[in-house]
Design a protein around this ligand. Structure first.
Ligand SMILES: Nc1ncnc2c1ncn2[C@@H]1O[C@H](COP(=O)(O)OP(=O)(O)OP(=O)(O)O)[C@@H](O)[C@H]1O
Ligand SMILES: [Mg+2]
Length: 369
């Protein structure tokens, strides 16, 4: 085992504090601050809602300039309100910089709200942080903080001590978690030899050691290949089936669609829509999307498409060499001819009228925010 961890263990055994200023000590402090657990303490409240966020605002002050620091305020959250029922898998979806991680940091007591309130299982994150920490697990996407030179088993044992999981039940708990995240049989290998997906699953096991009822997963599939991401989604679905309340953030609408019972779409610090995937889809259910693959369509042509009768919105994505023009309208396939007329001078590939997907709803919501 890592020499520093061993030294720490000897100090703990001897009832002394480990005051070494090593890397592990710093990380340990971070974890200890986040998870100031008292495992044996009784769990008090039994409220209906697992998470309740009301009028939450949070801004960051960022200084620029070396000698004369000028403060600029960045308002990351501009008053968000949502709640999560116990046992629910809830998705927070939004583009880069929308405020997803900030929301999770407030809920995990790592940041204080500027205004508004946030409660976890009835406990206020600002006034009762210890009560909150005791009941939550968290995994930040692409997070570091595992000991690479130790095996998965040694890592889990170490964190189990740190989170004060009672020693008697530790081995069984670790076995159970290794099974749950699909790392059983690989637990004696060093973490540095693990793939990104395996590390991510080990992080989830780490976040579950103290058996928290509420789990925050910030982009858990970040950087995973499609198969690894699918496996991880299955793990997350399994956690919900096991009764956990989960708040998950993602950039991927299909991921939220597949996993979440309800979704809140957040853009620029505001929630722009909340509902089940079906609710969100029904917002544009009466519309048709015409997907046109084009080569060399000018801005003027795209602008003209917007003026065609019945067109609600037009967006363009680049896929390899092609422009993919997405036209949303309340008219059906009969719109195709007038659209193509406006694109006469461009080369046209496939033209597909289709019903809207959740991705289209997302583009619509985030685009208009
Ligand atoms: N420590 C910080 N100091 C200053 N500004 C910050 C800090 N952390 C986040 N921000 C700003 O707050 C806003 C919200 O950031 P946040 O990380 O919550 O977004 P996000 O939805 O998690 O984005 P991503 O999808 O890229 O992870 C952004 O404008 C970001 O630049
Ligand atoms: Mg983030």
């Amino acid at each position: 085992m890592h020499e520093c961890v061993l030294r720490h263990q000897r100090h703990v055994d001897a009832g002394r504090d480990h005051d070494d200023d090593c890397d592990h000590k710093k990380r340990q402090n971070v974890h200890r601050n986040i998870l100031a657990l008292d495992y044996a303490a009784p769990v008090a409240a039994d409220p209906a809602l697992a998470v309740e966020v009301s009028g939450l605002e949070r801004s960051y002050r960022s200084g620029t300039g070396v000698f004369r620091r000028r403060g600029t305020q960045i308002q990351a959250l501009r008053g968000i309100t949502f709640s999560i029922e116990q046992g629910e898998l809830f998705g927070l979806l939004g583009p880069n910089g929308a405020g997803k991680t900030t929301t999770i940091k407030v809920l995990t007591t790592l940041l204080l709200p500027s205004t508004g309130t946030a409660r976890v299982l009835g406990f206020d994150v600002a006034r009762e942080p210890r009560e909150v920490r005791r009941r939550i697990g968290y995994v930040f996407g692409g997070e570091r903080g595992l000991y690479d030179r130790l095996s998965a088993l040694e890592n889990l044992r170490y964190f189990a001590d740190l989170y004060r999981v009672p020693p008697r039940g530790q081995r069984a708990r670790i076995d159970e978690l290794l099974e749950l995240v699909g790392l059983r049989g690989r637990e004696r290998e060093r973490v540095e030899t693990y793939s990104r997906g395996m590390k991510q699953r080990l992080h989830i096991a780490r976040g579950l050691l103290h058996d928290p009822p509420v789990l925050f997963l910030d982009e858990p599939t970040l950087g995973l290949d499609p198969v690894g991401a699918r496996d991880l989604r299955r793990t997350v679905a399994g956690l919900q089936e096991a009764g956990k309340t989960i708040l998950l953030t993602t950039h991927y609408m299909f991921e939220a669609d597949e996993l979440c019972r309800r979704i809140a779409v957040i853009a620029d610090g505001r929630i722009v829509a909340t509902g089940t995937p079906a609710d969100l889809k029904s917002r544009i259910a009466d519309r048709t999307i015409v997907e046109i693959e084009a080569f060399g369509a000018s801005d003027a042509m795209i602008q003209r498409l917007r003026t065609v009768a019945g067109v609600d919105s037009v967006s363009v994505e680049l896929r390899e060499q092609a422009q993919v023009i997405l036209v949303q309208s309340s008219r059906g396939a009969e719109l195709v001819q007038p659209l193509l007329r406006e694109l006469e001078d461009a080369r046209i590939g496939k033209v597909v009228p289709r019903p809207p997907t959740l991705e289209d709803v997302y583009v619509d919501l985030v685009g208009s925010a």
